[in-house]
Design a binder for this molecule. Structure first.
Ligand code: SF4
Length: 472
């Protein structure tokens, strides 16, 4: 339901070094990361000489043709990217990995996140004569790297990374090495794995599962890894670190089977549901989850409360993106096409509906209405995250303040707007307790609390920055 909520992940990354089926494996891995971005996809690969790339718009299966994949098949080193784009930046030129050519070597670049001082850097570089090919904030990395001074490429990459602020997981391909870097707050996830002796990296471990790779560990904030034919080199680009991984990765974005520090997202979501049950003192006949991302939390809620869990809402998996248009009316139509109640399960019952988040309120409002039309006696809404009140500057399109329902309305006003008999959110404290229980070293919770861990130097949302970049 990514498009319906105004809550969209920006990207998914994968890279593998030294495997005879590198580009095919990259394609398979990207397929498993499709939930992180559906607007464009690409692969850049090399056999050790030049870099070659293919990219296109849409879902992976639409973006890359069979002949493009065939042309990349001979290469043993490969990186790939799937992206979500804000409406202003959906041009093919913004689809990654970017491929830069220069006489000192080619560079393939895949980025997940948002660089919050990219506009400032870009303006300075443009004033110095640089001409950008895209409106993407990721391109500043290539320009800075080309200008960086230092005794080695690794030293120049460190210098470049030290100039960037914000959220960035980078997978960078050169002819002779693959470099992987995570920002010093570790906002976006990045995992290290291995397949048949070849190191690989991915935004989520579900990509490793898809190709049969072993998950080794999560990258640490500030970490810089270089993988080449000589082996793997672990380093850091900065001594500073302030772990602030995105809480929304656990709550909503990551696939339920993906693991963080060895625990599946499913288990974490289930625990969030258990904690919500401790805070929501409501008696009801059944608990139902909004499919798919809230089913784990609903299970946890049911286990903790003793209220039987049922599948009272079904999701139509075949609603094409064609039907997902902007505008409130279109969104309501889209929700109606996507979710339907199971009448004989809900009829005459008092129901607790568990959803993982409320952004605009469109989905919740429809769910309450549809369940009541199907005969539900009472509909109580339980949200397995705190009220979402603020936009995100670190690579998630959470929409603007004006579109976020809880940003200007009290809980009671939101309850009234969505038509529920009661509305209970998980508290920020309990959410963090769950994360700490599963080994988190620190989480960003800015969209709930407004406590942004990284100053937004450009002072703009990604979509606003996009317009400024284009001089609009
Ligand atoms: S503001 Fe919210 S969505 Fe953005 S990184 Fe922080 S927790 Fe994630």
């Amino acid at each position: 339901m990514y498009e319906l909520r105004g809550l969209n992940e920006e990207c998914g990354l994968f890279g593998i070094w030294g495997h005879p089926e590198a580009s095919e494996l990259t394609y398979m891995a990207l397929h498993s990361l499709q939930h992180r971005g559906q607007e464009g996809a690409g692969i850049v690969a090399t056999g050790g000489d030049y870099l070659f790339g293919a990219r296109g718009m849409g879902l992976l299966t639409e973006a890359l043709s069979q002949s493009q994949l065939e042309s990349l098949r001979p290469f043993s080193k490969s990186i790939g990217h799937v992206r979500y784009a804000t409406s202003d930046s959906s041009a093919l030129s913004n689809v990654q990995p970017f491929l830069f050519k220069s006489h000192i070597g080619d560079l393939g670049l895949a980025h997940n996140g948002n660089i919050v001082n990219a506009l400032q850097i870009r303006r300075a570089l443009e004033d110095d004569g640089a001409i950008f090919q895209t409106t993407s904030d990721s391109e500043v990395f290539a320009h800075l790297l080309r200008r960086a001074k230092g005794p080695s490429r690794k030293a120049r990459i460190k210098t470049t990374l030290q100039q960037l602020k914000g959220a960035f997981a980078f997978v960078i391909l050169h002819e002779d090495a693959m470099t992987v870097a995570l920002d010093d707050h570790g906002v976006r996830p990045l995992m290290l794995g291995m397949l048949d002796g070849a190191y690989c990296v991915a935004s989520e471990t579900c990509a490793f599962t898809a190709i049969g790779a072993e998950y080794i560990r999560d990258l640490e904030p500030g970490e810089l890894i270089t993988i080449s034919d000589d082996g793997i080199d672990f380093d850091r680009y900065t001594a500073f670190e302030n772990p602030s991984m995105c809480s929304m990765e656990y709550i909503y974005f990551a696939r339920a089977d993906s693991e963080f520090r060895g625990t599946s997202t499913y288990t974490i979501r289930k625990a969030l549901g258990e904690e919500l049950a401790k805070e929501m003192d409501i008696k009801a006949d059944i608990v139902i989850g909004v499919p798919d991302s809230s089913l784990a939390a609903a299970k946890g809620f049911s286990d903790e409360s003793g209220i039987p869990g049922e599948q009272g809402l079904l999701k139509n998996r075949y609603v094409g993106r064609t039907f997902i248009a902007s505008g409130q009316e279109a969104r309501e139509r889209a929700v109606r096409m996507k979710l339907s109640p199971v009448r004989d399960i809900v009829e005459g019952k008092s129901i607790i509906v568990i959803d993982d988040s409320i952004v605009r309120g469109t989905t919740s409002k429809f769910i309450v209405k549809a369940l009541k039309e199907a005969g539900a006696r009472e509909v109580h809404m339980g949200v397995s995250s705190p009220p979402l009140k603020n936009p995100c500057y670190y690579g998630i399109d959470v929409s603007t303040h004006a579109e976020i329902i809880a940003s200007s309305k009290s809980n009671e006003e939101v309850r009234e707007e969505i038509g529920a008999d009661s509305l209970t959110y998980l508290s920020v404290e309990r959410m963090h307790q769950v994360y700490e229980r599963f080994g988190s070293r620190g989480q960003c919770d800015a969209c709930f609390t407004g406590n942004y861990p990284i100053e937004n130097t450009d002072g703009l949302l990604p979509q606003e920055k996009d317009a400024k970049t284009k001089g609009v």
